[in-house]
Design a protein around this ligand. Structure first.
Ligand SMILES: O=C(O)c1ccccc1N[C@@H]1O[C@H](COP(=O)(O)O)[C@@H](O)[C@H]1O
Length: 209
């Protein structure tokens, strides 16, 4: 299973978290986020990581030229769209960045909303399901109603996100069957400062399954 730790701001933490077993690291490219990092910060972190670690930039309602420039300048391997991007935007981004993984994050608040994810599966590599929050785009620590996802089986890989921690991950995975998991605020001390003890506890829990 893929394990993505998101909201990395410190290069030395990215190396440590990769060595603990993360398969992907996320860098927030949303300027209003307390976890925002610049292109040069991302490039410095990416340069220190082994080539097998996926490096994902998180964007919200950015333009295709903005996203493309940051990807090319930083060496990111993937783009996570965490705003209100429509399927056609994902299609256009795929044309601009054919060799980059495209993840579409959906902030789910109802079963009806969950049904709309099928509109994206043709245009993206991977879906990511996060909890809906009325004021914040992400990194909220809010969990999804996992019972809604018990039968969820889209025809592309998907990450479970939203409020996951070392303490609730086994309960979540007993109810749903994602291809990967994504954690941010649940493994940090303050926004952007990851707590390596919490990350280590997460991997202990995953190894105990
Ligand atoms: O983390 C942020 O600040 C952020 C800002 C804007 C869009 C997305 C953001 N984070 C993403 O939120 C989810 C879940 O986070 P959490 O585990 O509930 O704290 C995760 O995918 C982050 O990439």
């Amino acid at each position: 299973m893929r394990v993505k730790i998101c909201g990395i701001t410190q290069p030395q933490q990215s190396v440590a978290i990769a060595s603990m077993g993360a398969t992907a690291l996320g860098f927030i490219c949303v300027p209003t986020s307390p976890r925002y990092v610049t292109t040069s910060q991302i490039r410095a972190a990416v340069a220190e990581l082994p080539a097998n670690i996926d490096t994902i930039g998180v964007f919200a309602n950015a333009s295709i030229p903005e996203i493309s420039q940051i990807v090319l300048d930083s060496g990111l391997t993937g783009v996570q769209l965490h705003g209100d991007e429509l399927p056609d935007f994902c299609y256009q981004l795929r044309q601009a960045l054919p060799n980059v993984e495209i993840l579409k994050a959906m902030r789910i608040n109802s079963l009806e909303h969950l049904d709309t994810v099928v509109d994206y599966t043709k245009y993206v590599d991977t879906l990511l399901l996060d909890a809906y929050h009325p004021q914040q785009l992400g990194g909220t620590g809010k969990t999804l109603d996992w019972t809604m996802l018990e039968q969820f089986n889209p025809n592309c890989p998907w990450f479970l996100a939203g409020g996951l921690t070392a303490d609730n991950i086994l309960e979540a995975l007993s109810q749903v069957n994602p291809s990967g998991i994504d954690l941010s605020s649940g493994v940090e001390r303050t926004p952007g400062d990851k707590d390596l003890d919490k990350v280590a506890k997460l991997f202990e829990k995953l190894a105990s399954r």
